[in-house]
Design a binder for this molecule. Structure first.
Ligand SMILES: [Zn+2]
Length: 372
């Protein structure tokens, strides 16, 4: 008989062949109650890996909540080898308020995970000893993943008009000795992403330097991958703030396909027929592009997922009276794909009208940035 891993997170405790529920207290609130993060543990009867499925760290990104509810059910435990630990919302106050940030910290919660191996020695900074509210929550989540996880998938949504896409994180290595390990980790990450398959277009993240500047190494999956060295990735499942049933249905199948890749389900791979995403002929990376030369009013003239050519008009730009500004249009300087269109109709000079995917010229593996 196999020994199944016993997992206890807050009030949730795993039971072989069952789906169990509970909460973890993460933050005392000033008004006398506490913020609790919901935990679901689906355990099979046979041993296998522990897979963390998390969602809704940005409170207005809803698809992941529904995907967790539809993937993690009693039915799953019958076929499952190992354990799926699911967190339908990583940010309950923001889900209630329908906003991106938690009520107790007006900053991106997905940049608050421990610095880990990227930490710089800065004894001089007395504030570093004290964690901000969501940094405290993130530290708890991080320690749970560190203790139990073999794999991690974090579900997000990008702008209202965006294509579903998976992000290949850059994998950083300390020195030459680590390159082989980093290569293996990157291969596992890509394996998971390719298993999600037709559920999302695939793109690499921003180039390494921008990845660090944007603190993506302190995003949930970024910290898990780059510091804990556990295969993890982020998927962006199209529009935030609304639920599209076809996106939920297709990405539920895609998520189960990742569990199949992890050898946690034996059933055949499911075809995703609910929606389609482009399959680029080369590896993409993200770029905020094109950018406005003037402040004004824009209208996007392309759609999410659309393939575009260098020189193509992406948006029109006018003044508030509707008269063209400059050429009256904003063109792209790259061949590529439209990933996410700007939500706002207003724009300031030099801001991006979209996020695109263009040919990735950087490696996925990158040396650690210098500590000084
Ligand atoms: Zn997000």
């Amino acid at each position: 008989m196999s020994i199944l891993k016993s997992i206890t997170i807050g009030t949730a405790k795993s039971e072989p062949g069952k789906l169990t529920y509970g909460f973890i207290d993460v933050m005392e609130l000033p008004t006398g109650t506490s913020d609790r993060i919901p935990i679901m543990i689906a355990q099979g009867k046979e041993e296998g890996p522990t897979f963390f499925l998390t969602a809704n760290i940005h409170g207005n990104e809803l698809t992941g909540v529904a995907v967790v509810h539809d993937v993690v059910n009693e039915e799953l435990t019958k076929e499952l080898k190992g354990t799926v630990v699911a967190i339908p919302t990583l940010n309950p106050t923001a889900l209630r308020l329908y906003q991106r940030y938690p009520e107790y910290q007006d900053e991106d919660p997905n940049r608050q995970f421990p610095e880990g191996r990227f930490a710089k020695p800065d004894e001089d900074d007395e504030d570093k000893k004290f964690l901000k509210p969501y940094e405290q929550v993130a530290k708890i989540l991080y320690s749970i993943i560190k203790k139990y996880a073999d794999y991690h998938l974090d579900i997000h949504n990008h702008s209202l008009r965006s294509v579903p896409y998976s992000i290949i994180d850059r994998v950083f290595y300390e020195n030459e000795d680590e390159i082989e390990e980093a290569k293996k980790l990157a291969e596992q990450q890509l394996g998971m992403i390719e298993a999600f398959g037709a559920g999302a277009m695939i793109t690499a993240d921003f180039p390494p330097k921008k990845y660090i500047n944007l603190k993506y190494h302190r995003s949930f999956s970024g910290a898990i991958l780059n510091t804990l060295r556990i295969p993890a990735f982020t998927v962006e499942l199209g529009a935030n703030s609304v639920l599209y049933p076809e996106i939920v249905a297709g990405s539920v199948k895609a998520t189960r396909n990742v569990l199949r890749w992890a050898k946690m389900l034996n059933s055949p791979k499911e075809e995703i027929s609910e929606y389609t995403v482009p399959i680029p002929e080369y590896r993409l990376r993200r770029i905020e592009h094109p950018r406005a030369k003037h402040s004004g009013i824009i209208r996007l003239l392309v759609g999410p997922g659309e393939k575009v050519k260098k020189g193509q008009v992406i948006a029109s730009i006018t003044d508030i009276h509707g008269r063209p500004l400059g050429e009256g249009v904003i063109k792209t300087e790259h061949d590529g794909y439209m990933i996410a269109l700007r939500d706002q109709m207003t724009i300031y000079s030099q801001q991006g009208v979209a996020e695109m995917g263009i040919k990735d010229k950087d490696d996925i593996l990158a040396p650690m940035p210098p500590k000084k």
